[in-house]
Ligand binder design. Structure first.
Ligand code: SAH
Ligand code: F3S
Length: 479
């Protein structure tokens, strides 16, 4: 439970797919960080399948090891460095094995990686994956290879990702890349570049393909999905120069949601992440209008203090955020809301921290992901503000918000006891092989006896009991 609340986003997984016939080389690919990284690894595996690679779950067998990395906090980078030590040990036994670093750390550290980590043969930033075949040729010829060029238009919209290590029921579909927001604490705009949106037709095609393959739920992914804008390609900032026709036929996020919901009315549609400043009422009305768009919004706030929000360059105040939450509750009364929160941002006082606690009390979030501030080199906060909140204060404040979130999660979960809810079965419960585990549309996990139901079924579950974050019940029929 605790793990779920803190740092769930930082996790590693070896990802494996069914082999493609005729491929003889073996790729071991591991991903850390956000959902976007996991989704990018599926694009990378797809590109490399065309280069003769099948994935393996066995590090020792690999010809090529790729690690898709995260820079969001220092701890995330340390985790990756430990993995590199592990690969180094394996490389001593299998010297032919090549190692490549992908993702945000590759972008942040660039060729410094090759100097710092002698075992790394290849460094590839998040917009350069289509160059992997050329980079591999270099590596095969015994040369180091680097491509960390960020792009203004790459969306990988034309690549059909292979689905790695999933449950065959839920999948991610990326709709935007990069971020233009420049929150002062955040490294993402530096590692992932300018925001760009993907062609809606390629999104719909991917969703339709997933439906054909039997998937039942998709999550539209982006750093800031609400600012999705397609007007024929190009950066959002250039929209004002677009032609009248481009403007008249542009697709915004609410339009896209409706297109996806209508294309596959039996599929559940989720999306992440919503930045409060960009979320419009249109999106809320689209959610209310389509039953298959799940009533759940991940709405990071970072702090409950308007002063700190300003220092963070978040484009809204505490009051504006609360008004948005009111609006959500008015338009979608049963909508679940989750948060991201940072404790100990530079200059944060006890007063600011209390405002965070009181904002949480106001919203009573269903879930939360809470972090201690970690200074990231090159960001505005690192350049302009001293990391002046002592570690023990950051830790104490984190514990206080985590404890409060636990209480609120328990409160929200309890509201379901006695009700019958629709659950999509995803997998076997971790605790018992006699039970299924799935999620409600509000994203709460529900566990219940298997009976004759199977993975991928939509089931009505009568909720009889709960723990802090899990509903316990019994299936009463198909939904
Ligand atoms: N818009 C993105 C945000 C990515 S970062 C998204 O898709 O979720 C995820 C979360 O990490 C942020 O919301 C923030 O709470 C946290 N975070 C980002 N930079 C951080 C830093 N320097 N220190 C601590 N936490 C940070
Ligand atoms: Fe980071 Fe803020 Fe964008 S948290 S990803 S700069 S919305």
């Amino acid at each position: 439970m605790e793990e779920k609340i803190i740092d769930e986003k930082i996790q590693g997984d070896a990802l494996v797919i069914e082999g493609k016939q005729g491929n003889s080389r073996k790729l071991y690919i591991e991903s850390y960080g956000c959902q976007m990284n996991f989704s990018d690894s599926e694009i990378v595996a797809s590109i490399l399948a065309g280069e003769g690679f099948n994935t393996t779950a066995n590090l020792e067998d690999a010809d090529l090891v790729l690690v898709n990395t995260c820079s969001i906090r220092d701890k995330a980078e340390q985790t990756v460095r430990k993995r590199l030590e592990k690969y180094n040990a394996v490389k001593k036994i299998n010297p032919k094995m090549k190692v490549g670093v992908l993702g945000c750390m590759a972008e942040r550290l660039k060729s410094k990686f090759l100097e710092e980590e002698k075992i790394v043969d290849m460094v590839v930033g998040p917009d350069a994956y289509k160059d992997l075949p050329n980079l591999l040729e270099e590596v095969d010829a015994g040369r180091d290879a680097v491509n960390v060029i960020l792009s203004k238009d790459e969306t990988y919209g034309d690549i059909s990702p292979v689905r790695l290590g999933g449950n065959g029921v839920t999948a991610f579909v990326s709709i935007t890349r990069g971020c233009d927001n420049m929150c002062t604490f955040c490294v993402v705009p530096f590692t992932r570049g300018r925001e760009r949106s993907r062609d809606p037709q390629s999104i719909i095609k991917e969703v339709n393909d997933l439906a054909l393959q039997g998937y039942k739920e998709i999550t539209l992914l982006g750093q800031n999905v609400d600012s999705y804008l397609w007007y024929g390609g190009g950066l959002k900032k250039d929209f004002k120069n677009a032609s009248e026709i481009q403007k008249a036929t542009a697709t915004n996020f609410a339009d896209l949601l409706e297109m996806v919901a209508e294309a596959q009315p039996r599929m559940r549609i989720r999306f992440s992440t919503s930045n409060p400043q960009d979320m419009t009422e249109d999106v809320l009305h689209s959610m209310a209008k389509y039953k298959n768009i799940c009533n759940y919004i991940h709405l990071p706030v970072q702090s409950g203090s308007s002063r700190i929000l300003k220092e963070m360059n978040r484009q809204h105040t505490r009051e504006e955020y609360m008004a948005l939450v009111d609006k959500i509750r008015e338009i979608i009364p049963d909508c679940a809301i989750s948060q991201d929160m940072i404790t100990g941002f530079p200059t944060e006082t006890e007063e600011d921290h209390k405002e965070t606690l009181s904002l949480m009390e106001y919203v009573k979030y269903d879930f939360g992901f809470m972090f201690m501030y970690s200074e990231r080199p090159g960001t505005m906060a690192a350049r302009k503000l001293e990391d002046d909140v002592p570690l023990e204060v950051k830790k104490r404040r984190l514990t206080e918000i985590v404890d409060l979130q636990q209480r609120h999660s328990a409160y929200r979960t309890k509201q379901f006891v006695g009700k019958t809810v629709e659950v999509l079965i995803e997998k076997e419960s971790k605790k018992s092989d006699l039970e299924w585990s799935g999620r409600t549309e509000q994203n709460t996990v529900a566990v219940f006896p298997k009976e004759n139901y199977k993975v991928g079924d939509f089931v009505l579950v009568k909720i009889e009991d709960c723990t802090t974050a899990t509903l316990l019940g019994k299936a009463v029929g198909y939904a």
